[in-house]
Design a protein around this ligand. Structure first.
Ligand SMILES: CC(C)(COP(=O)(O)OP(=O)(O)OC[C@H]1O[C@@H](n2cnc3c(N)ncnc32)[C@H](O)[C@@H]1OP(=O)(O)O)[C@@H](O)C(=O)NCCC(=O)NCCS
Length: 173
C-alpha cells in the first residue's frame, strides 16, 4: 500500500467480511460421495485468507489453524458456503473466523458444518512481518468474537511456548 496513513488506519470488521461458495463435485469427494476433510480445510484456508487480505491489504501467510470439527457430512452436489471476517488484530498477526454452512437446494436445507479460527501474519514480498491495522468491532456479535479471540490468543501463545520448549529440549546437541 502506498499511503502510509491509510496503511495503519483502523478498519471495521465489516470491511473484511467475505463469502465464498463452492459446489461439491465428484473430484472433491471420497468413493462414498462425501466431501474430503482436506478439501474443506483448503477452502477454509482460502476463505480465511480473503478476509485477512481485505483487512490488512498486505500479503499474508497462514501461521496456524485451530482445532476443527466436521459436524455434519457434506455430499456431492451440495453447496458449501464459507463466511469469514477478522475477529481481532494483535500486532503482525490477526485471528480470522470462518463459519461453514452446507446448503442442499433440492431439500431446501442449510446446516452448520464447521467453525474455524485461523491466524494469519502479514508479510512483505521478502517475508518480513508487517504491522496490521487494528480492527473495530461494531455489533454485539463482533464484540463477543473480539473478546473471545483475546482469550484464544493467550491459550495459543502458551501452547506455542510449550511446544518450542519441547523442541529445544529434544534438539540434538
Ligand atoms: C508464521 C510465521 C510467519 C511466524 O514467524 P516467526 O518469526 O516464527 O514468528 P514470531 O514469533 O515473530 O511471530 C510473528 C507473529 O505471528 C504469531 N505467531 C507465530 N506463530 C504462531 C502460531 N503457531 N500460532 C499463532 N500465532 C503465531 C505471533 O504471535 C506474532 O504475532 P504478533 O506480531 O501479532 O504478536 C513463520 O513461522 C512462517 O513463515 N511460517 C510458514 C507460514 C506458511 O508458509 N504458511 C503456509 C502453510 S505451509
Amino acid at each position: 500500500m502506498n499511503d502510509p496513513e491509510l496503511a495503519v488506519m483502523p478498519r471495521p470488521v465489516r470491511d473484511s467480511q467475505s463469502e465464498m461458495t463452492q459446489i461439491v463435485l465428484p473430484n472433491d469427494a471420497n468413493p462414498l460421495g462425501a466431501l474430503l476433510g482436506g478439501r474443506l480445510m483448503h477452502w477454509i484456508d482460502m476463505a480465511g485468507a480473503l478476509a485477512a487480505h481485505r483487512h490488512s491489504r498486505h500479503h499474508v501467510v497462514t501461521a496456524a489453524i485451530d482445532h476443527l470439527d466436521f459436524l455434519v457430512p457434506v455430499r456431492v452436489g451440495d453447496l458449501v458456503i464459507l463466511r469469514s471476517s477478522v475477529n481481532r488484530v494483535f500486532r503482525t498477526s490477526m485471528e480470522v473466523g470462518v463459519k461453514v454452512w452446507v446448503e442442499n437446494y433440492l431439500e431446501d436445507s442449510a446446516n452448520h458444518v464447521s467453525s474455524a479460527y485461523l491466524t494469519f501474519v502479514a508479510v512483505d514480498k521478502a517475508g518480513n512481518h508487517l504491522p496490521v491495522p487494528a480492527v473495530i468491532p461494531e455489533t454485539d456479535e463482533q464484540k463477543r468474537r473480539y473478546e473471545d479471540a483475546g482469550r484464544r490468543r493467550e491459550i495459543r501463545c502458551s501452547e506455542l511456548e510449550r511446544r518450542r520448549i519441547g523442541l529445544r529440549k529434544n534438539a540434538p546437541v
